[in-house]
Design a protein around this ligand. Structure first.
Ligand code: ZN
Length: 343
């Protein structure tokens, strides 16, 4: 089979790999769609992020869906021919965090396509993936396999929504409208948000945010005053989903959040400075959100039942042998929201 392997920054290769044997409790999936994520792009463009670096060749990818080709011993509830979305989250279910139901904090997590541990955890951009049956969630007939492959980033935003608390009737600010910000808009809307305002620095991105359900969009590069107007009377928004990782988005968000509101930080920008006085005086809760676990099944359920439409986020699909072009295109925010590979 062919796999998409990163060796170093800007060194992405299509390589032949052996298909793994299918063990008990496992299934073999012919991968059909794989979405390129921000972390894949970091490995491609920079060879890693923060202290995480590529130290050995690694198959990229963790947003995948495909069709089951073989079943291992003892697998029930799945059949050959079933189309499935595959959760890349593989916790040990044995460490102290797993036993508390916090699998996203597993001490022995084997999340696809991660260079955090050594040896690296090989990813899912490959023609055949052998996965545990419990990672596989059946996709209903008629649902696009490409939409199914967006279950993973959608699950990230469903977890962010869970961290935020109830959103019914809330006024929500989403800063940064890449794929995660856009999916946060969809997730917040599905959870009853009354009003959603989204910001970014690019008009093309904001146009899509409007199309997928934001009530208002603001280009803060050109019209920062439109956002700061919301700071009157101690602020306006109940919840901010910060998906840019940008310091100014964090700071301006704090100005327009109301007392006792919540910031959920999704974007990874590294070290930023924040006005502590504002956090203290407005009693703002700052929360991080990291990956997901049980939300993956919920994401697939939303997609299966047509309760969300993630298809407008897909801006490009490239065949496997054009992976480099796909990665270059995905990195261009003027053109791309979500770019996928077809296997
Ligand atoms: Zn664990």
């Amino acid at each position: 089979m062919k796999a998409v392997v990163i060796h170093a920054a800007k060194d992405l290769r299509i390589e032949e790999r052996d298909v793994e044997p299918v063990g008990p409790g496992q299934v073999e999936v012919a991968i059909e769609a794989g979405g390129i994520c921000g972390s894949d792009l970091h490995y491609y463009n920079h060879g890693g992020f923060g202290t995480v670096r590529i130290r050995e060749p690694m198959i990229l990818g963790h947003e995948v869906a495909g069709t089951i080709k073989a079943l291992g011993e003892g697998v029930s509830g799945l059949s050959v021919g079933d189309r499935v979305a595959v959760s890349p989250s593989r916790p040990c279910n044995d460490c102290e965090y797993c036993l508390k139901g916090q699998q996203n904090h597993c001490l022995n997590m084997r999340f696809y396509g991660s260079a955090m541990p050594m040896p690296h955890i090989q990813g899912a951009f490959r023609q055949r993936l052998v996965a545990q049956a419990w990672q596989c969630h059946r996709v209903e007939e008629g649902v696009s396999i490409h939409e199914a492959a967006m279950a993973e980033p959608f699950a990230v935003t469903l977890h962010a929504v869970a961290r935020a608390g109830a959103l019914t009737d809330k006024r929500v600010l989403v800063t940064g409208c890449g794929p995660i910000g856009a999916l946060a808009i969809i997730a917040a809307r599905a959870h009853g948000a009354r009003e959603i305002v989204a910001t970014d620095v690019m008009d093309a991105v904001l146009k899509r945010a409007l199309d997928i359900g934001a009530d208002r969009v603001i280009n803060v590069a050109d019209n920062a005053d439109q956002l700061s107007a919301y700071s009157a009377n101690k602020g306006y928004f109940d919840v901010q989903f910060e998906a840019s990782g940008n310091q100014s988005a964090v700071r301006s968000g704090l100005e327009v959040l109301r007392p006792r509101s919540t910031v959920v930080q999704l974007g990874l920008g590294g070290d930023v400075s924040i006005p502590q006085n504002m956090v203290v005086a407005k009693e703002i809760e700052m929360k991080g959100t990291f990956r997901f676990h049980e939300e993956f099944g919920l994401a697939v359920d939303f997609i299966n039942k047509g309760r969300v439409d993630l298809k407008p986020l897909l801006t490009g699909t490239f065949p496997l042998n054009e992976a480099v072009t796909a990665f270059e295109t995905a990195a261009d925010r003027t053109k791309s929201m979500k770019v996928q590979l077809a296997f």
